[in-house]
Design a protein around this ligand. Structure first.
Ligand code: SF4
Length: 186
């Protein structure tokens, strides 16, 4: 007989990891970081038609210290890159990044020296969102997928084990020379 059968009905059993994941995903606070035309779609997502408040995310933070999600909406110029990184560094842990639109993800049609060819050169990206510009529905879909990722995030030793496993799986996919592969597998 399991413990839950001894408890009165209405008691919910869960793990600390699941509870922390649920609390985190339900209280993500985005930093306002609109850089170009994609920011208009980002603003539309917060409006009454798409209603970002449904996900507990209507509070856009004007200080990075009270934000844990950076939505990079638009192309990142070389001049803006250090500012973006500084804001990311000031955000509270754990933190996540959505790269919104083809310009933020890869430079897009701006294949020139003035634009960073992908914001992942500056900050680690959790979700890449395609499109020019992505519609608010696409951003909401990315946010729901990020929530799923946050909900299933491991804690403590479990998290370190998960990171090691992911790194090893990534190394196995790389076309390494045999002696480098042997080193990586040690
Ligand atoms: S992806 Fe399109 S809409 Fe977004 S910043 Fe680039 S040009 Fe503008």
């Amino acid at each position: 007989m399991g413990l839950e059968e001894k408890l009165p009905s209405g008691i919910l059993l869960t793990s600390v990891e699941k509870l922390a994941g649920y609390a985190r995903k339900s209280s993500v606070w985005p930093a306002t970081f609109g850089l170009a035309c994609c920011a208009i779609e980002l603003m539309a997502t917060g409006g009454p038609r798409h209603d970002l408040a449904r996900f507990g995310m209507e509070r856009a933070s004007n200080t990075p210290r009270q934000a844990d999600l950076m939505i990079v909406a638009g192309r990142v110029s070389q001049k803006m890159a250090p500012v973006l990184r500084q804001i990311y560094d000031q955000m509270s842990e754990p933190k996540w990044v959505i790269s919104m639109g083809v310009c933020a993800s890869s430079g897009g049609m701006f294949n020139n020296y003035a634009i960073v060819q992908g914001v992942d050169h500056i900050v680690p990206v959790d979700i890449y969102l395609p499109g020019c510009p992505p519609r608010p529905e696409m951003l909401l879909d990315a946010i729901v997928k990020l929530h799923d990722k946050i909900q299933n995030m491991k804690l403590g030793a479990n998290r370190e084990r998960q990171i090691t496993e992911l790194e090893q799986a990534r190394l196995r996919r790389l076309p390494l020379l045999p002696h480098l592969r042997a080193e990586a597998e040690q």
